[in-house]
Design a protein around this ligand. Structure first.
Ligand code: ADP
Ligand code: MG
Length: 293
C-alpha cells in the first residue's frame, strides 16, 4: 500500500502480513508512517495504491464488515471530556454496532478491563492521564474484535502507568486477539510483540522476532564504554579494525556483537560494562538515526 500527502510519500509501497493470534509491533520513530498505516487499515484514510484486507474483508469494498471485527485505540485520545467513562463507552458501543442486547455487558467488561468499574460515573475530565489511557484501551475491545490496532498505546505516560497498560495488552494478546501495535518505545516492543516490523520513512526495513532481529543485525551481546569523545573515537576505530560494529550515544559507545570476541581485547580498550543487545541497537545500525528522533 502507498499513501501520499501531496508530493510527500508517507507510506511507501509497504507490504505487511500479520499472522492471526500474534502481536505485531510496528517499531519506528515519529513520522515513520505508523499512524497513517493504522488509519489506512481502519479505512479512515484512503490509499493511493495497493490494497488492504482485514480477515478476508477488502477495506475498499467491505469496510463495514472489516470495522465490525476491528478494535481501535487511537494515538490521539478522542473521548468526550464532559461525559462519564460509562457514557463514552456506551457511545462507542453504539458506533461499533454492538447489538443493543449486549451493550450493557460489553460496557461492564470494558470498564473491568480498564480497571475503572468504581469510576464508571466519573466524567472523563476528572480522570488521571493513566486512567484515560486505560479507558481508551478498554474501549478498543468493546466489540470483541478479532484484531485490535493500538497506536502508541502508552505514549507520554510515566513508567508505572505504562506497565499497568502492558498488563492489559498482554492479557488481551494471551486471549488470542490479534494485535497490531505501533510504538517508538523499544521496551514496549520487546516485551509485548511476538513479531516486529521496523518501520522508517514509510517502509518496513526489517522484520522478525526481537531475538531474530538482534541476532541478524547486531549480535546478542554488547559492551559499553564511557569517556570523553576522543577516547570514544579511539574505541570506535579499534572496534572497526577488529571487524565489530559500534554505535555512539552521548557519553558512551556500544560495541556490538562481541559474544565471540576475546575478553582481553575488549578489556584492553578501557573499563566496560556488558549488556544484551536490544532493538535500539538494531534500529540505529539499520538507519543511522535514533528512535526518539
Ligand atoms: N494529513 C496529513 N497531511 C500531510 N502530511 C501528513 C498527514 N498525516 C501525516 N502526514 C505526514 O506523514 C508522515 C507520517 O506521519 P504519521 O503516520 O503520523 O507517522 P508516525 O505515526 O509514525 O509518527 C509525517 O511526516 C507526517 O507529517
Ligand atoms: Mg503516530
Amino acid at each position: 500500500m502507498t499513501k501520499r500527502f501531496g508530493d510527500f510519500v508517507a507510506v511507501n509501497d509497504l507490504s505487511l502480513d500479520v499472522q492471526p493470534g500474534t502481536c505485531l509491533g510496528l517499531l519506528g520513530p515519529n513520522g515513520a508512517g505508523k499512524t497513517t498505516l493504522m488509519r489506512m487499515i481502519t479505512g479512515q484514510t484512503g490509499l493511493n495504491g495497493g490494497s488492504i484486507s482485514v480477515l478476508d474483508f477488502d477495506i475498499a469494498t467491505q469496510s463495514r464488515e472489516a470495522r465490525a471485527v476491528l478494535g481501535v485505540c487511537p494515538q490521539q485520545d478522542n473521548m468526550d471530556d464532559q461525559q462519564t467513562a460509562r457514557e463514552n463507552l456506551a457511545l462507542w458501543a453504539a458506533l461499533c454496532r454492538v447489538p443493543r442486547a449486549q451493550r450493557k455487558s460489553a460496557i461492564a467488561k470494558a470498564l473491568a478491563t480498564a480497571q475503572l468499574t468504581e469510576r464508571a460515573g466519573e466524567r472523563v475530565t476528572n480522570l488521571s492521564g493513566g486512567m484515560r489511557r486505560r479507558l481508551l484501551l478498554g474501549r478498543a475491545f468493546i466489540n470483541s474484535p478479532k484484531l485490535v490496532l493500538l497506536d502508541e498505546p502508552t505514549v507520554g505516560l510515566d513508567p508505572q502507568v505504562r506497565s499497568d497498560l502492558w498488563l492489559i495488552i498482554d492479557a488481551m494478546r494471551r486471549s488470542g486477539v490479534t494485535v497490531v501495535m505501533s510504538t517508538h518505545y523499544i521496551e514496549e516492543a520487546e516485551r509485548l510483540a511476538d513479531d516486529i516490523a521496523i518501520v522508517n520513512h514509510g517502509r518496513v526495513i526489517a522484520r522478525g522476532t526481537p531475538h531474530q532481529l538482534r541476532e541478524r543485525y547486531v549480535g546478542v551481546e554488547a559492551v559499553e564504554y564511557f569517556g570523553p569523545p576522543e577516547v570514544l573515537d579511539e574505541i570506535a576505530s579499534k572496534a572497526a579494525d577488529a571487524g565489530l560494529k559500534s554505535r555512539r550515544a552521548g557519553l558512551s559507545i556500544s560495541v556490538l556483537g562481541v559474544e565471540n570476541t576475546s575478553v582481553e581485547l575488549l578489556n584492553s580498550w578501557g573499563r566496560l560494562s556488558r549488556r544484551p543487545t536490544n532493538l535500539e541497537d538494531v534500529f540505529v545500525l539499520l538507519t543511522g538515526e535514533s528512535l526518539d528522533g
